[in-house]
Design a protein around this ligand. Sequence first.
Ligand SMILES: [Mn+2]
Length: 338
Amino acid sequence: MRNLTQSEVIARLAELERAVILFHVRPDGDAVGSAFALRRALALRGADVWCVCAHRLPDRLAFLCDAEEEQESVLPDALPERFADAPVITVDTASPAQMGDAGVQFLPRIVLMIDHHGSGEPYADHYILPDASATGEVLMPILAALCGGDELDPLVAARLFAAITSDTGCFKYSNASPATHRAAAALIENGMSVPADEINRLLFDRKTAGTLAAEQIALRNLRTFADGRVVVSTLSHDERISAGLMTEDTDTMIDAIRVLDGAQIACMLKQQEPHPNKPGVWRASLRSTGIDVAAIAACFGGGGHIRAAGCSITAETAEEAVEKIVGFCPTPCNGSFF
Ligand SMILES: [Mn+2]
């Protein structure tokens, strides 16, 4: 297993005639944009390429792969027979665990891993740039080299832009470096099949009715603690069922509450499907403006990053779940708050 140079990656990609591109479960805009940008760039060189993920693509990302490709599904079952022994490249996938059920099938055939997560466990020859905002940013010069220094195909450029804007939260997060902005500017100058403002609208400025209904519940159940520094909300299983919400509708509830002015820690508690004779299990999503919420999650056997973490809490009622998590949040008295 080797750490490759950029020119080695370009050389390896250039000689591929057939390949599978694999990306992580719960696919996001960076994974899908990067995979389909790479797919198209290789296809334009005459290679036969197919994208695979153990989870189906969310509808909101369908615009990233609805062009002329004949590919209808990324699910492993849909992989055409001719790819049965094709080499596999992964993008944006830091560890085998992130491949979900596809890991067992594809892991032995992975010849190249392209990523930007510094914390991963390399599982093949790899090219990882931890300072890059997104795998799309890592791929941009590689795909530019593959097209021989000519202008990037407009569809490739749009997919790379989508990957970058997705992982930087529309260039809002601290990972959006000067190099990131320069890469995005170069893609806009290159020309894209979808304009930048439209890509950003499609990724950031639209929500399903189910998402809005879930956010409505998040706001209705919102409570604050520690003089407004801690904001918590809950979604019980009964509330979710009676509102007709799918699990994916509830993903942005944490974002709806964390924006409350003055909040330094936000926690969204979602009750999991109850089992008979078993107390309720509540999935906690934690966000912060700088306080280490991974440490709070660790108190319940969870983990994550300083500003974003998660854990599971056992509690009979929403009230009990809230009490438990708030009990582990820092207070103004112990000096943990700013
Ligand atoms: Mn990424």
